[in-house]
Design a protein around this ligand. Structure first.
Ligand code: CTP
Ligand code: CA
Length: 223
């Protein structure tokens, strides 16, 4: 008989992970999306599961499948992701790896937009809820450890340090997603971890390796 359950440093801990892009509808057949593959979020969820955590994996429409062994909640929009995150609380830690759309189309059409109307369509946007901000500032349901991501293209550390304070999270995992880095949609990541003490830049490594290192630090912090 082989034991299928192995205790790890995160056994008994509940951790929520958001991942992937969100899709914001324009009409029943069109949407606004972004280039997130969901690879980093899936790798983090896997690494936390391997250390024994009970993982709620809340994912937008990603290219990469969710890892085995986690509770998967599939959503499309930012608003649905916020609702699913609230459902998954309380949690000991929350990792917000999703690339949430900042804006949605203010009034998505129930009917398909047609060329026949003559005029070009004009889309008006509304701001989406900020999931990380809202959970970081929750009075009764804030996880002990809240980890955000910051995908930046310029002044990565300065922007991410300011973002950590603005969002109210404990850690920010910052990365440079300029097209020249090849990180967005790629297999590797080069991140800087920012906490209350400062910034630590990690060497470029696989998304799995980033995830294992992050999961080990989360375990240290929660135990
Ligand atoms: N985030 C979120 N909900 C949103 C937007 C972002 O939960 N509506 C989370 C992301 O999952 C990430 C962090 O906030 O962990 C930072 O996302 P980012 O897009 O870098 O920050 P923004 O505040 O949206 O700022 P920017 O204008 O740079 O996009
Ligand atoms: Ca954003």
């Amino acid at each position: 008989i082989t034991a299928y359950f192995q205790a790890g440093p995160l056994t008994g801990k509940r951790i929520l992970v958001t991942s992937g892009p969100t899709h914001e509808p324009i009409d029943p057949v069109r949407y606004i999306a972004n280039r997130s593959s969901g690879a980093q979020g899936a790798a983090i969820a896997k690494a936390l599961h391997v250390l024994g955590a009970k993982v709620s994996f809340i994912t937008g429409p990603a290219d990469v499948p969710p890892p085995a062994g986690v509770d998967v909640v599939r959503v499309e929009t930012a608003q649905q992701m916020l609702d699913a995150v609230r459902q998954a609380l309380p949690a000991d830690a929350a990792v917000f790896a999703a690339a949430v759309a900042d804006w949605r189309v203010a009034s998505a059409s129930d009917s398909k937009l047609k060329k026949t109307s003559g005029a070009l369509p004009v889309l008006t946007f509304a701001e989406n809820p900020d999931i990380l901000y809202s959970i970081s500032h929750s009075e009764d349901q804030r996880p002990k450890l809240v980890v955000g991501f910051a995908a930046e293209t310029d002044d990565v550390v300065a922007n991410a340090t300011a973002k950590r304070l603005r969002k109210g999270c404990d850690w920010i995992v910052a990365n440079d997603v300029s097209p020249s880095t090849g990180i967005m949609g790629g297999q590797e990541n080069a991140v800087t971890l920012i906490d209350e003490k400062g910034a630590e830049t990690w060497p470029r490594m696989s998304k799995d390796a980033v995830s294992q290192r992050l999961a080990a630090l989360i375990a240290e912090r929660l135990t």
